[in-house]
Ligand binder design. Structure first.
Ligand code: MN
Length: 230
């Protein structure tokens, strides 16, 4: 057995993905990115679904899909219908499996703002969502505000503007699965761990962007997120 041998990497390992922590010089290391789909009634309906027949679902994005606040999102290949989805982010400081709802909030480090950028024309193909949702630069994500500063967020305005025009506006209280339910439910499928972040789903008003657009996402009590499509 050579398990004790210290092996050198044959190519340079990627740096760990991370997000800035608001008000500090610190960073939050990201282990996995989980996303919730179909988690606002008005969005389920605008996508042609039925919120009672189509319950929320989970998928993942790769951590190197993160684009930091102020960054650029290159218009992706293989789509003519590149959409914004404005979402609140939960960042976990601990995890587990089968986490009870009553304990879920105790695992949260903080909250943030993200975009679940989507190749909408591919998502509708009926095939797995990987290339529709989990491509390069598909996860712009702003800095994380620690719970000590923002409290736990169960309501408040969530809004996305494109070039200053409001495209999406709703309230966090309209989530179908609330934050504790998301954590409890997700932890029945995956062992959640410190460093996991969860995008909680988009409200209605999703739509296309083009090169040159400036997207600004805001959630009451959190740092905004600004990115540009290039
Ligand atoms: Mn989404």
């Amino acid at each position: 057995m050579d398990t004790a041998v210290k092996r050198n990497f044959v190519i340079s390992p990627l740096p760990a993905a991370s997000l800035a922590v608001v008000g500090t010089a610190d960073a939050f290391p990201v282990r996995r990115i989980y996303c919730v789909g179909r988690n606002y009634v008005a969005h389920v309906r605008e996508m042609g679904g039925n919120e009672e027949r189509d319950p929320p679902i989970f998928f993942q994005k790769p951590t190197d899909a993160i684009v930091a606040d102020g960054g650029n999102v290159p218009y992706p290949t293989k789509t003519d219908d590149f959409h914004h989805e404005m979402e609140m982010v939960i960042a976990l400081k601990s995890g587990g499996t089968n986490i009870p709802e009553a304990e879920a909030l105790s695992h949260i480090y903080g909250y943030g703002v993200a975009l679940d950028m989507t190749r909408r024309d591919i998502q509708g193909s009926g095939r797995p969502w990987e290339i529709a949702k989990s491509f390069d630069h598909s996860c712009p994500c702003g800095p994380i505000t620690p719970v000590e500063k923002c409290g736990h967020i169960s309501s408040g305005n969530i809004k996305l503007t494109v070039n200053g025009e409001t495209r999406q506006q709703s309230d966090i209280e309209l989530l179908i699965w609330k934050v504790p339910e998301i954590i409890a439910n997700l932890s029945t499928y995956f062992e959640l761990k410190a460093g996991d972040i969860i995008l909680t789903g988009t409200p209605h008003g999703v739509g296309p962007v083009v090169r040159g657009d400036e997207l600004v996402g805001t959630i009451a009590g959190l740092e905004p997120l600004t990115v540009r499509i290039t």
